[in-house]
Design a protein around this ligand. Sequence first.
Ligand code: SAM
Length: 165
Amino acid sequence: MASDLETCSLLRTLAASKPSGRFLELGTGTGLATIWIASGLDENSSLISIDNKESLMNVATKYINDSKIEFILGDAYEWIKNYQGKKFDFIFADAMPGKYDLFEETIDMLNEGGFYIIDDMLPRPNWPLGHDEKVKYLTNKLEDRNDLVVTQLNWSTGIMIAVKK
Ligand SMILES: C[S@@+](CC[C@H](N)C(=O)[O-])C[C@H]1O[C@@H](n2cnc3c(N)ncnc32)[C@H](O)[C@@H]1O
């Protein structure tokens, strides 16, 4: 489940391009990508990372101690639907909510110039039946939006980077 290290490195590099940025990770897991993203942040940036699985979140909070990061244990579907705070400069959408579900709502949370990043877009032998169709559908949705500038990288696990116009 944890992100590929090449992806993590890319996340850190892109994170460093947003000084004083507001960052969001949907799907903390054990915090691997969280710590990579955090290592690209400057002192004035902040990162919210959310996951609904307590056992995984416990690993992340045990090993990551950084006042710039707010960990939220909760359902990202509810969190996205109820969010009324400031927009983000960087969203790593690494869970169903924010990626295959509530996509539009998540893109609405992006500032102009903000990054929306997803991984795991290249076919894998362990994909469940029908997942390739979901990937195609999401890829088209990203490409079709006039307010996003999108690049697809056939690298690492398959990355899509979109910037909000
Ligand atoms: C691919 S893993 C995240 C991996 C992590 N970003 C990393 O790079 O190490 C997806 C995560 O999404 C979480 N998740 C799934 N459904 C969720 C939901 N409704 N709300 C919050 N988190 C959810 C899972 O518990 C899992 O930890």
